[in-house]
Design a protein around this ligand. Sequence first.
Ligand code: IMP
Ligand code: MG
Length: 181
Amino acid sequence: MATMTYQGLEVLYSRQQIAERVAEMGAQITRDLNGERLVMIGVLKGAAPFLADLARAIQADATFDFVAVSSYGSGQRSSGAVKLIKDLDQPIEGKNVLVVEDILDTGLTLAYLRKLFLQQHPRTLRIAALLDKPSRRIENINADYVGFSIPNLFVIGYGMDYAERYRNLPDICLMPPSPGE
Ligand code: IMP
Ligand code: MG
């Protein structure tokens, strides 16, 4: 039987599995940095727990910045247009940038951000996504570091939400289908 949380949700990746994978990702990012500095850019709000854990698994001189975006459209269906709601606080020209995102889904968000950030001429621009849903991709974009590749499932927890709820669940869980679906 699948592991369940106190709310009766099915666990897809437990906090232990997440911690192990994040540690591996941090070690890989540390190796790739070769002793250079890093600017970690979190995509609010979903990436906040992942960024906090990933940052502590990276051995480098790192700073944080955050952006917030919204996609036009309602509910789970996006119209495809992405809007910047909160911009970077610091310039990234000449910096090693790591964009930290919870899920790479259609790729619309990260394709928009990549284009925006590249206009500022960072030294390097890499993407870390905790989860990847390659079957959902619309934009031609991939992450340099992926935690787990998953099929087309809607997940919640560890930063990820359904209508802003469940972000504080310590495990990544499956969103149960609503009655009638
Ligand atoms: P994209 O622009 O379609 O790649 O969308 C990425 C964003 O959609 C992620 O940052 C999430 O906020 C949201 N998203 C996509 N799939 C899920 C999911 O399964 N659960 C929660 N949020 C999701
Ligand atoms: Mg998000």
